[in-house]
Design a protein around this ligand. Structure first.
Ligand code: SF4
Length: 291
């Protein structure tokens, strides 16, 4: 596939991520409306969110004004090179900004100047994974600033939370993060959890969890139990959509564990708001599919 074609496919992937609510998220919001019950503020709020999504998708305009930071996770085969992929992504990102699929969101941290095209030092964020099979598998997430601001990292043991170095300690951290996010991260959100690892891998592991399907079950039975328990507990806090009260505070909890140093036990939460924008693309030869 030549550079122009590849760039065009990345542009389409960005457009889809920014303007179309993923089916698993839509399904979870609809379930939330049913759980909240007709006539409640929570159900009305969730209904408004879906109406907003329909309008965005019909007009091909962003679901939310903050189109967030771009996170690409790319599995690539021997027929692709990282440099080639990076160049196509950067060109597509600038074009997506010019087409208003993305808000200019890259600010120079020293001068305060916005680059105007979402390109700059460290952005877009691209994680490359080499594989043996030809072709590409691309997962893209657009993560808004409000939800990024309420993502947190803990170090166990934590005296304030009375949280020890075990899964119950991890649970206390995640519930605390959800409690602290209320009214700020545009709930209902989804929480990715990174258990263990180091400062950096714990956070990036938590983010990668957000690319899972909301309806899936963790293949690790202990983590599956943990996710279900934290989801139920979070939704009993009464925070509700946009912090206005209700049973739908989070749409999902997705956790992954990494080995850690004996001296360290980090727990990271990657909170993402209801504008949970993700899109996927597979490329095999000249065949391209989006899902
Ligand atoms: S937190 Fe999410 S929904 Fe709220 S303003 Fe940011 S991107 Fe939009």
């Amino acid at each position: 596939m030549d550079h122009k074609e590849l760039t065009g496919h990345f542009l389409e992937l960005i457009r889809r991520a920014s303007t179309v609510v993923p089916p698993d998220v839509e399904k979870a919001i609809r379930q939330g409306i049913e759980n909240e019950g007709e006539g409640t503020t929570a159900a009305s709020t969730l209904t408004l969110l879906l109406e907003n999504c329909d309008k965005a998708s019909d007009a091909s305009t962003p679901i939310c004004q903050d189109t967030g930071a771009l996170y690409f996770f790319i599995d690539y085969g021997p027929d692709y090179r990282q440099k080639q992929l990076r160049e196509a992504i950067e060109e597509a990102t600038a074009e997506a900004t010019a087409n208003y699929y993305l808000r200019p969101n890259a600010v120079d941290s020293v001068t305060g100047k916005n680059s105007g095209n979402n390109l700059g030092a460290g952005t877009p964020i691209i994680h490359f994974h080499e594989r043996d099979e030809d072709g590409l598998r691309v997962r893209l997430m657009l993560k808004g600033g409000g939800s990024e601001n309420v993502s947190l990292q803990y170090k166990l043991p934590d005296g304030r939370l009375k949280a020890g170095r075990d899964m119950d300690g991890v649970r206390k951290c995640v519930i605390d993060a959800i409690f602290q996010a209320q009214g700020k991260g545009c709930s209902p959100g989804v929480v990715g959890v990174g258990i263990g690892g180091n400062r950096d891998t714990s956070y990036s592991g938590a983010k990668e969890q957000l690319l899972r399907d909301l309806g899936d079950t963790n293949p690790d039975p202990e983590l599956a139990k943990f996710e279900a328990q934290v989801l139920a507990e979070a939704n009993s806090l009464g925070i509700g959509p946009m912090g206005l009260g209700g049973k739908t505070t989070v749409l999902g909890v997705k956790a992954g564990a990494m080995h850690r140093l004996p001296a360290c036990f980090f727990v990271s939460t990657a909170y993402v708001c209801w504008a949970y924008r993700k899109a996927f693309m597979s490329v095999k030869g000249s065949e391209v599919s989006y899902d």
